[in-house]
Design a protein around this ligand. Structure first.
Ligand code: NDP
Length: 330
């Protein structure tokens, strides 16, 4: 079966040459295992971290071994009591067209409840990241101002929409005029800024957030987050979800020193990984499903077709080619 390996550890921005297309044999199905056909593959910025060998919260991918990420697959054959032929399963799986995997660790998903790709986005890891990061760390109160960077992406687009459901004033930051327009015209954001065309971000944020920023949901880090700091309110909460603007840097960029801002404003800043709140995942999925079914949340996505496009779709995340969740459909 067709398989994608990590060929070399990227230096700086990953390139297609860092990936290798190969074929691998399918082992015979053992007790407790499933034969799976890949239907949807999630590509995510955090995979960049696993391509390096620096210590992190998930172990690095091995060279000349398959890359894995969130996948939705159809069960072609089952030797597990949990799944039958024709069911759909999701979980961390290899970048392979078909594969044999243990049923334990995979979750059954229902295509009648939501589109299958939603289980990799709004009803999956990125939806939970948005919901739990905002509610558990942001501790939002009605009427507060929420600023979101990476606002048109998978996590950011959901953060902003949940902010509106919870009665916040929501301002987004994204990289193109099309994305900025989508945030305000389609997703209900109160205002949005294009960081690529805005000269002075700190000033632009101040204008868009006349009452200051109570919650900053940070997906990008770097200069955009520096600009946000100039606008935080007393007792504000900054949620460090991600820092995509520096993932490809071999040296950390020179940022402003955050301490004086935090001291002056009695403000907090907290990083998190969605798995920190594993006990709250079922509750999160329940809430997100409810809002989705009530049309209070919109599921935005960019779907690219074909197994061979998986690496390119991943690279495109760093050029902002996606709006909402980036998914590859097979
Ligand atoms: P997105 O769907 O947001 O895709 C990435 C987006 O980042 C691009 O579309 C692009 O949008 C933006 N971007 C790329 N390069 C830059 C840059 N140099 N400066 C500013 N923006 C940039 O990805 P996700 O929603 O999946 O992830 C968003 C963030 O959340 C990432 O940092 C990720 O690592 C993090 N994350 C953290 C988790 C956790 O548990 N803590 C879990 C999941 C994700 P644009 O056009 O606006 O530039």
């Amino acid at each position: 079966t067709k398989t994608i390996h990590l060929k070399s550890r990227p230096e700086g921005k990953p390139e297609l040459k860092d990936f290798d297309f190969t074929t691998s044999q399918l082992p015979t199905l053992q007790e407790g295992e499933l034969l799976l056909q890949t239907k949807y593959v999630s590509v995510d910025p955090y995979l960049r971290g696993r391509m390096s060998d620096a210590p992190s919260y998930v172990p690095p991918f091995e060279i000349n071994k398959p890359i894995s990420s969130g996948v939705v697959a159809e069960v072609l054959a089952s030797k597990s009591t949990k799944f039958s032929k024709g069911d759909y399963a999701t979980g961390l799986l290899d970048w392979k067209e078909t594969q044999v995997a243990k049923a334990d660790g995979l979750i059954k998903v229902d295509p009648n409840q939501a589109p299958l790709s939603a289980y990799l986005g709004i009803l999956g890891m990125t939806g939970l990241t948005a919901y739990l990061g905002l509610t558990e760390i942001g501790k939002p109160k009605k009427g507060e101002t929420l600023l979101v960077s990476g606002a048109a992406g998978a996590v950011g687009s959901v953060v902003g929409q949940i902010g509106k459901i919870l009665g916040l004033r929501v301002v987004g930051i994204a990289g193109t005029d099309e994305k900025v327009n989508m945030l305000t015209s389609k997703l209900g954001f109160d205002a949005a800024l294009n960081y690529n065309t805005t000269k002075n971000m700190a000033e632009a944020i101040a204008k868009a957030c006349p009452d200051g920023v109570d919650i900053y949901f940070d997906n990008v880090g770097g200069a955009i987050s520096d600009a946000a700091l100039f606008n935080i309110n007393k007792f504000s909460r900054t949620i460090n979800c991600g820092a995509i603007s520096v993932y490809n840097n071999s040296e950390l960029p020179k940022s402003i020193s955050v301490q004086p801002f935090l001291v002056k404003k009695s403000a907090s800043m907290q990083g998190f990984i969605v798995s920190d709140f594993a006990d709250k995942h079922p509750e999160g999925i329940k809430q997100l499903t409810e809002w989705l079914q009530q049309d209070k949340l919109q599921y935005t996505k960019t779907i690219v077709e074909g197994f061979d496009y998986i690496p390119q779709a991943f690279l495109d995340l760093f050029d902002g080619k996606n709006t909402g969740k980036m998914i590859v459909k097979l």
